[in-house]
Design a protein around this ligand. Structure first.
Ligand code: CDP
Ligand code: CDP
Length: 234
């Protein structure tokens, strides 16, 4: 049996999940999977093809035509939609505005959750999203639930968009984060919630190094525990 673990990282919008997941994966030599990018890629496809969110048949057909994968580009993980690099496009505001309604559709969730579970079959991965500890990997050895104040999150996300040369206002970003959290937390299928056994990290006042040290310590403990249980069974 594998001595590697699965780390599930869930939480609200723009609270630092992917930054932490990426650096954790690098330190542990694990795979990093950004499930938000997958929901964003499906949303981009629906927007491009003008799929009505009311039309179940069109949605099923569209999902049949969607292939999502991740590839390394210039030291970063890029999301590809049907062979095209959409990493930049999926972060734009028009996608952010539609992604939560799309992610509330059960057919979309079934389609992506199946792929996410397949990515974890050899363990050794850090996955971030909204339902990783509750639905995708309820058996994950380490579950973290991240949060931060809206002030801090909106400022951080705005800075991120500006650094990429994408335009948005602070009010627009803040509103989008609040609206997505609301839809994500109240949807019927796999709502965003903290798993009972998840550890909460509020990083409003933490630097990226501080949050990494904290999570790395928890990860190492979980890995040790796993090693002990593996050696006890062989
Ligand atoms: O990075 P940011 O916090 O802006 O969001 P994201 O992780 O890219 O996720 C975008 C949206 O995808 C979320 O607001 C959710 O609506 C949806 N999502 C989801 O429903 N389940 C996941 N496991 C991941 C994302
Ligand atoms: O994945 P998620 O949407 O939860 O958040 P993210 O994209 O990882 O983080 C949003 C921004 O917050 C990034 O630009 C990070 O560099 C920044 N951040 C920070 O300044 N301090 C932290 N402790 C965590 C994240």
């Amino acid at each position: 049996p594998s001595q590697k673990i699965i780390i599930a990282l869930d939480g609200f919008a723009a609270c630092g999940k992917s930054t932490l997941a990426k650096s954790l994966a690098k330190k542990l030599n694990y795979i990093y999977v950004d499930t938000g990018a997958m929901y964003r890629a499906v949303t981009l496809y629906f927007l491009q093809e003008k799929i009505s969110l009311e039309d179940e048949q069109a949605i099923a057909q569209a999902l049949d035509n969607i292939r999502i994968d991740f590839r390394h580009r210039a030291g970063a993980n890029h999301c590809f939609l049907n062979g095209e690099d959409v990493e930049e496009e999926i972060r734009k505001m028009h996608v952010s505005k539609w992604v939560s309604p799309v992610a509330a559709i059960s057919a979309v969730r079934r389609f992506l959750v199946k792929q996410q579970q397949a990515m974890g079959r050899f363990k050794g991965l850090v996955m971030d999203g909204r339902d990783i500890g509750t639905v995708v990997f309820p058996e994950a050895e380490l579950k973290l639930f991240m949060t931060a104040s809206y002030e801090v999150r909106s400022q951080r996300r705005l800075a991120e968009l500006q650094a990429k040369g994408l335009s948005a206002s602070l009010a627009e970003v803040r509103e989008n984060l609040m609206e997505r959290d609301q839809i994500d937390s109240s949807r019927e299928d796999s709502p965003l919630r903290k798993a009972d056994d998840a550890i909460t990290i509020d990083n409003s006042e933490l630097s990226m190094n501080e949050q990494l040290d904290l999570a790395l310590d928890l990860a190492q403990k979980a890995i040790e525990k796993k090693k002990c249980s593996v050696s006890a069974t062989v």
